[in-house]
Design a protein around this ligand. Structure first.
Ligand SMILES: NC(=O)c1ccc[n+]([C@@H]2O[C@H](COP(=O)([O-])OP(=O)(O)OC[C@H]3O[C@@H](n4cnc5c(N)ncnc54)[C@H](O)[C@@H]3O)[C@@H](O)[C@H]2O)c1
Length: 258
């Protein structure tokens, strides 16, 4: 079965790299006209140039999602948004007893307020058209009460709540709102922040720590950006027309552990 997005206008926040980039590439490859919004201008522009060089359509707009004025400007510049995928989040590895309140505030500004801003503007944009697919990248961290990365987990629990409440608001307008909860994908978030921190706490070399972390996943393998893009393709398509308010784990079974 082929999933196509011809004629669709898609917006991907956090699309300059990682999972957002994989989703932007998937949408463009299958016919969507994609706008990538991010704060990493060089990477965002390069990503869009690469998509266009491969025959797709993509353009870049600088947007810090924690700033509502910038989010409103982004949406005002879009003629229509048929598909919105919100992929922005920042990580904070600090334990409860180590956390600096200023860092916690920044995390809340980006992960919680940023998502709230994007939810509000996406619904405002989609409701008049009485159609839309809105997908949010949450995390299994928002569901699992492990003691690591507590502030990130609490922010992702808020993201899951926003997904479900936004779905209730959007349902009568024929708009689907769902979340994907990725498991462990070795993007910059893991490579540069989580893995060095975990390795240090486990008193292991980086690769040994990675092997132990992956060994704890029931399917004994990490997930890939393509795994997340594949799930996104389904949830952003009309195949998922009657699925809303759901949070899909793409985690190799990690959520079955408790
Ligand atoms: N990688 C994983 O294992 C994993 C697991 C669970 C959930 N997730 C979630 O998936 C999403 C993507 O993760 P990733 O691994 O690709 O992360 P990443 O750090 O590689 O990419 C995040 C993107 O968001 C952008 N960004 C950061 N702050 C921003 C802001 N204020 N405004 C606009 N853009 C901003 C970054 O520039 C970057 O392009 C995130 O929501 C993350 O929480 C990832």
């Amino acid at each position: 079965m082929e999933i196509r997005f011809d004629g669709k206008k898609a917006l991907v926040t956090g699309g300059a790299r990682g999972l957002g980039l994989a989703i932007a590439e998937m949408l463009a490859k299958n016919g969507a006209d994609v706008t990538v919004a991010d704060v990493q201008d060089e990477a965002g522009k390069a990503a869009c140039e690469a998509i266009c060089a491969a025959g797709g359509r993509a353009s870049y707009v600088h947007t810090d999602v924690s700033d509502m004025a910038q989010v409103q400007q982004l949406y005002a510049a879009q003629e229509r948004v048929d598909i919105a995928v919100h992929c922005v989040a920042i990580m904070m590895p600090d334990a409860w007893l180590e956390a600096d309140p200023e860092k916690v505030q920044r995390l809340v500004n980006v992960n919680v307020m940023g998502t709230s801003n994007v939810v509000q503007e996406t619904l405002r944009k989609m409701i008049p058209y009485k159609q839309g697919k809105f997908l949010i990248l949450a995390s299994i961290g928002g569901k699992l009460p492990d003691q690591t990365i507590p502030h990130y987990r609490m922010s992702k629990a808020a993201v899951l709540s926003m997904t479900m409440t936004a779905a209730r608001t959007a349902a009568e307008h024929n708009i689907n709102v769902n979340a994907i909860c990725p498991g462990i994908i070795r993007t910059d978030m893991w490579e540069k922040q989580l893995l060095p921190d975990r390795a240090q706490r486990m008193d292991l070399e980086k690769e040994a720590a990675w092997d132990r972390i992956i060994g704890n996943i029931p399917m004994k393998r990490p997930q890939s950006p393509e795994d997340i893009a594949n799930a996104a393709a389904f949830l952003c398509s009309d195949l998922a027309a009657n699925i809303t308010g759901q949070t899909l784990n793409v985690d190799g079974g990690s959520c079955m552990q408790l």
